[in-house]
Design a protein around this ligand. Structure first.
Ligand code: AMP
Ligand code: GLY
Length: 425
């Protein structure tokens, strides 16, 4: 079958690489794709916000499956659009309905959902400009640090954590009155601070059954030792040693099963991925956030560990037969190091040539913000290249990724040298 994958990040390169290996895939198209996805299929210049253009492409190219990488099209209803469109209604779409995507698109919706199904999460209240003063009163009842979240999608920047009460009140004012995140911060969720270690858990579901994919740890801050501003993610490790059987059993019974049951009970169509951002608080899982897609850069560590056919799994997700699929997972460690443009997550230069990437043969290279210009690959984004190495020993996988991160060159390259170090021993 012909498959269309939407997106252009390292996540999409990893997905494209795996989809292309499947005997079930005839032609793979990636819209818009990047320098890496061109090695797995055909990049097509479509704006993924243009649903009419996507539907027209699907029809013209006999696409039978659309895999949605990022959250924006899902929150904006791509799944419903294609399923309701006369020409594309029979196409399998991997990604939830707009209603399901609200788990990521609205923090308030996600919080209310978790409350309804008694899924462990930080205590919270939600405020709007009309209830600003009540928000200030609520902050006064909390202990620092204070966590404030813009309700809507804010490109990963909508969470503010501050230590002082004055700072928290200022942040609330900025978000509600100053519209710091535009429409996304018309509502703000204020919640209790959770102290613990974070974990990304990935679930594939057909809306009734679900399968657990390998978990991963993401390194969000730009600086070593988890310092400096937040980024999209500077690296990932899978498996995560502290995600042991006892902890994962709690995740399954207290978080995953009630989530899928809740979606089903509410009649929400969900044939896609649930990415749980969890905090391990003294051995107990709490949900920090739901995402309705795979993580980036976690996918670059998770997908290479999946030995079984990804397209077969996607097909079961779309057809409602996921109970028949058992994923086969490689027990080795996958360690992903992200090379970024100097200056990221602030301003950075683009269009810089990358060299020596083609001399690497003992790691997987998943391109992100990189475009191909004839024979040369040039930087085009903040996160440029994910380097994933696999080994039965975590320290060996780390060493391979670090070695190759040093080898690939582009001007102002930066990467964290401490990925995975906190998980050793
Ligand atoms: P998010 O954009 O929802 O992933 O949040 C960004 C980061 O803020 C998370 O990865 C956590 O590190 C942190 N965070 C969010 N909510 C909380 C919380 N309730 N307690 C502690 N840290 C949090
Ligand atoms: N790496 C975190 C995310 O994809 O949201």
């Amino acid at each position: 079958m012909n498959i269309l994958l939407l997106g252009s990040g390292g996540r999409e390169h990893a997905l494209a690489w795996k989809i292309d290996k499947s005997p079930l895939c005839s032609k793979l198209f990636i819209a818009p794709g990047n320098a890496g996805t061109q090695f797995c299929g055909t990049n097509v210049k479509i704006d993924i916000a243009d649903f009419d253009a996507i539907a027209a492409f699907v029809e013209k190219n006999s696409v039978k499956m659309v895999v949605v990488g990022p959250e924006d099209p899902l929150v904006n209803g791509i799944t419903d659009f294609l399923s309701n469109h006369e020409k594309t209604k029979d196409v399998m779409v991997i990604g939830p309905s707009a209603e399901g995507a609200r788990l990521e698109g609205s923090k308030e919706f996600a919080k209310e959902f978790m409350q309804r199904y008694k899924i462990p999460t930080a205590a919270y209240k939600s405020f709007s400009i009309e209830t600003f003063e009540e928000g200030v009163d609520f902050l006064e009842t909390l202990k620092p640090p204070y966590v404030l979240k813009a309700d809507g999608l804010a490109a990963g920047k909508g969470v503010v954590i501050v230590n002082s009460l004055d700072g928290a009140i200022d942040a609330l004012k900025n978000m509600l009155k100053g519209k710091a995140f535009g429409k996304a911060s018309e509502k703000v969720v204020i919640e209790e601070f959770l102290q613990g270690i974070e974990l990304s858990v990935f679930v594939a579901t057909d809306g009734k059954s679900w399968v657990l994919l390998p978990e991963a740890k993401d390194y969000k801050r730009i600086g070593e030792g988890d310092t400096g501003p937040n980024t999209g993610g500077m690296g990932a490790v899978s498996p995560v040693p502290f995600a042991d059987t006892v902890f994962m059993e709690k995740v399954k019974t207290r978080v995953i099963q009630p989530t899928i049951d809740g979606l089903q009970k509410e009649g929400i169509r969900y044939e896609g991925f649930v990415f749980l951002g969890l905090m391990n608080v003294a051995g107990e899982p709490y949900v920090i956030e739901y995402n309705v897609r795979m993580g980036d850069p976690e996918t670059e560590a998770v997908i290479p560990r999946l030995n079984s056919d990804l397209v077969e799994m996607l097909q079961h997700m779309a057809k409602g037969t996921l109970e028949q699929y058992i994923p086969e997972v490689c027990p080795e460690f996958a360690v992903t190091v992200m090379l970024v443009s100097g200056g990221y997550p602030g301003a950075y230069e683009k269009g810089l040539e990358m060299v020596r990437w083609d001399s690497i043969n003992d790691s997987y290279l998943f391109f992100a913000g990189a475009t191909s210009d004839g024979d040369t690959i040039k930087t085009s984004g903040g996160r440029v290249l994910a380097i994933t190495s696999m080994h039965s020993q975590m320290d060996k996988a780390i060493a391979m990724s670090m070695h190759n991160a040093e080898k690939v060159q582009f001007q102002h390259k930066f990467y964290r040298k401490d990925i995975g170090k906190d998980l050793q021993n």
